[in-house]
Ligand binder design. Structure first.
Ligand code: UTP
Length: 298
């Protein structure tokens, strides 16, 4: 019951972040000083992943470079005596962790991106992390929380979060039968329902623990809206065959695929960053006083 393999679909076009994503990867956008994908990788490793499978596309080479050894940079830092920075660079990927990169030739949707991982995953259960959903799991990283549920129930687990009813149209929405605290068996899953037809306000977010059976079901999934193959459709077929749980994780999620979510994440992580927290807090406080003053003037 170990989850050795984690899949990172990073082949999306990132249109909400154009022009930043025209020639570079959305997943390389930094939250303070670390790219989104590095947070995702650290989370997977904290849950026991040893093999990281990246589904990449155009303009994503920097992701491969980020997890590769940078001989020249390391030699330069060593020569200049910058040992702390050298450590920072060397710690990006701990020893014993393997990376596999698979190209998704066309961005045919999240379901299709996951399907591309099949040759590398084989017939094991595996996890999927969407790096642009940054989750601050507080006491325990989100995937580690989910892994505990997986160990206990031995079934697929999907991260879920309550969202305002007006926002159901932006998510996969599930209807569940409660099983325990924060846990429900998925009865129905619907992709982006309008609020008036949504079965609940419990939204699927970017963490999944799935059985390899999902690959066969994705293969059978027809192209949906916009010609994309939706993972939601394959999960809908999976729940007809076996139990899949929705788990309301503990922590805060930032939708870093959107500009506002990305900015919020930077503020929150900066306020915890040992190097900049103090100065940033002072700046925000001065800024907020200036706002109050200008408010009084109006
Ligand atoms: P998004 O829905 O955020 O799409 O994909 P996107 O293309 O990245 O961004 P926008 O909406 O155009 O701004 C959710 C996740 O699925 C991956 C993305 O990289 C992201 O992590 N994905 C999506 C793929 O890997 N391949 C695809 O064909 C589609």
């Amino acid at each position: 019951m170990r989850l050795r393999k984690a899949v990172f679909p990073v082949a999306g076009l990132g249109t909400r972040f154009l022009p930043a994503t025209k020639a570079s990867a959305k997943e390389m956008l930094p939250i303070v000083d670390k790219p989104l994908i590095q947070y995702a990788v650290a989370e997977a490793i904290s849950a026991g992943a040893q093999e990281l499978i990246f589904i990449t596309g155009r303009s994503k080479n920097s992701i491969m470079d980020h997890f590769d050894k940078a001989y020249e940079l390391e030699a330069e830092l060593e020569q200049r005596g910058k040992s702390k920075l050298l450590e920072t660079v060397q710690e990006i990927l701990p020893p014993g962790i393997t990376c596999i990169f698979i190209r998704q030739a066309e961005a045919l949707g999240l379901g299709h991106a996951v399907l591309c991982a099949w040759p590398a995953v084989g017939d094991e259960d595996f996890s999927v992390i969407l790096a642009d959903d940054l989750i601050d799991g507080k006491l325990h990283p989100c995937l580690a929380q989910m892994q505990r549920v997986y160990q206990e129930y031995g079934s697929g687990v999907i991260a879920a979060q309550r969202v305002p009813e007006s926002e159901t149209g932006a998510y996969g929405i599930v209807e569940v039968n409660p099983v325990g605290s924060r846990l429900g068996e998925i009865q129905r899953i619907v992709e982006k329902p309008k609020p008036d037809v949504a079965p609940s306000n419990l939204a699927v977010v970017g963490r999944y623990i799935l059985p390899s059976r999902i690959f066969k079901l994705i293969e059978r999934t027809a192209h949906g809206a916009g010609g994309e193959i939706q993972l939601t459709d394959a999960i809908s077929a999976l729940i007809q065959e076996q139990t899949v749980l929705a788990y309301e994780f503990e922590g805060d999620r930032y939708d870093c695929g959107s500009k506002l979510g990305y900015l919020k994440a930077n503020v929150e992580y900066a306020l915890k960053h040992p190097e900049v927290a103090e100065g940033f807090r002072e700046y925000l406080s001065a800024r907020s006083s200036a706002w109050s003053e200008s408010g009084k003037d109006q």
